[in-house]
Unconditional design. Structure first.
Length: 472
């Protein structure tokens, strides 16, 4: 099938709307967001448009949960907000709110969540994370509003153009730039390239597998002799391919392989962070916050009976149930002071994702006061599923033992719209792509009765989510 582009009539209508909105902008204000949104052909593929239309230096973004029929994508940066340090969540939330305050828009009434101006947002796991040069284009806290954004959901597909008026900017030049971007929109085929006919792919770790077993053993000893209940320790692998990895094609493969997951790609001119995460950190819809405690992992089997047996064994494992309880309890404790009520399902259940199974407990809360999706992500991050419990001692143990810069791995990644609704997943089952190199990360929850060899095996299982795509 021939890749399609956005119909010229739609882009012209959008440009006219943007021009009309611009005519209503208050030129006496120091800054103002101006946007326009139109409905477009329902067959448009947001990710394919972003991959096909991005420029070499662009920030670009794809987000999709295929089973839900929900997808977002964007190219370019109308606004970019960067922050660092312990207050990076609150700082980013405040600055995003200021940027969208009193925006001028030409758009249909009742836009669904995700349509209209959009923030593509990601955070490093640690407040000082991302200092390794590998992560140089993905700072500890980043929110980018794409110049061109596309949202697809049950109510249709919507195309948005955004421009940001600042002192010294020329509105006519910004409008001309938007026209050029809209005229160049086209879909790329999100299919992987054929393998190199002769050259081999090289796979190597920053540290040996034996070292991981040693740090797990050290963590177990510390847990048994201190107040730490659980700590999550991660590993890193590098896949060096004969030719540059294509982030767009990898994203297309991920959404085909993991349709129930949150598939994401945050691209820059130098790198792309992508993955297929099974773990929702938070979804904000008005006054309701929803999340899922996800902790505990086992393998899958091609035999349905064996597969079910593995899941049932995980459900009955005292070690895994305790690991899961720690995560669910912390999430409830974090939400309760902010909420009128918090409800968690009574018993965890098994979810099957690709080559792995996990225990899950959905949790919902009615917020007592309005908080943005970014602020809620900061409230919950890091959960014990990717950090540990208690938080402070566990994070200190990670710093002492792990020996890698996680960057955005296990950080919150997601989106927020102009109404401050949005959703963030935990950046799991992920890789940082830099030309021919792909850096993969996997971590395991360590508790008092963890076995180092078993934890190493679990980390290998988690690498298997992406490794076949990158090493083929």
């Amino acid at each position: 099938m021939k890749p399609m582009a956005v119909a010229a009539e739609s882009t012209q209508t959008l440009l006219s709307g943007l021009e009309a909105a611009l005519s209503h902008a208050d030129m006496d204000r120091p800054t103002q967001l101006v946007s326009a949104t139109v409905a477009v052909d329902p067959d448009v593929d947001p990710a394919a448009i972003a991959a096909g239309s991005r420029l070499a230096a662009d920030r670009w973004f794809c987000w999709e949960q295929p089973d839900r029929g929900f997808a977002l994508a964007g190219v370019g940066s109308a606004i970019q907000v960067v922050s660092r340090g312990e207050d990076r969540f609150s700082d980013l939330a405040e600055r995003c709110a200021r940027a969208t305050h009193d925006r001028v828009a030409d758009e249909p009434d009742g836009l669904p969540a995700g349509a209209g101006p959009l923030w593509a947002t990601g955070f490093a796991f640690a407040s000082r994370g991302g200092s390794d040069p590998l992560w140089s284009s993905l700072p500890p806290a980043l929110a980018t509003m794409p110049e061109i954004a596309i949202a697809r959901g049950p109510d249709g597909v919507f195309l948005t153009a955004s421009i940001y008026l600042e002192p010294g900017t020329d509105p006519a030049a910004l409008l001309k730039r938007a026209a050029g971007r809209l005229a160049s929109l086209h879909e790329a085929a999100l299919t992987p390239a054929d393998p190199h006919p002769s050259a081999a792919t090289r796979i190597f770790g920053r540290y040996s597998p034996e070292r991981y077993e040693k740090i797990v053993a050290a963590a177990v000893e510390r847990i048994r002799s201190t107040s730490v209940d659980k700590v999550v320790l991660a590993r890193e692998l590098t896949v060096e391919a004969p030719a540059a990895h294509d982030p767009g094609a990898l994203f297309g493969a991920l959404r085909d392989l993991f349709p129930s997951c949150f598939c994401f790609c945050f691209g820059t001119g130098q790198a792309a962070f992508l993955g297929a995460s099974p773990e929702l950190l938070v979804r904000r819809s008005g006054a309701v916050a929803a999340t899922v405690a996800l902790a505990g992992t086992t393998s899958r089997s091609a035999d349905p009976a064996v597969d079910d047996h593995l899941g049932e064994a995980m459900l009955r494992s005292p070690k895994i149930r305790e690991e899961h309880r720690i995560v669910a309890s912390r999430i409830e404790r974090a939400l309760r002071p902010q909420a009128v009520w918090v409800h968690a399902e009574g018993q965890p259940f098994v979810v099957k994702v690709g080559n792995l199974q996990h225990l899950a407990t959905p949790i919902r809360a009615q917020l007592a006061e309005s908080q943005s999706a970014v602020a809620l992500a900061g409230l919950l991050h890091p959960t014990p599923a990717i950090g540990g419990e208690p938080r402070g001692p566990a994070l200190a143990l990670i710093d002492e033992l792990e020996g890698i810069d996680r960057g955005w791995y296990t950080g919150p990644v997601g989106w927020m719209d102009a109404a401050e609704d949005g959703e963030f997943c935990v950046g799991l089952r992920s890789a940082l792509i830099r030309d021919r190199e792909a850096h993969l990360f996997a971590g395991c929850g360590i508790v008092a009765d963890s076995d180092p060899a078993s934890e190493l095996q679990e980390s290998e299982l988690k690498f298997e989510a992406l490794l076949p795509l990158l090493a083929s």
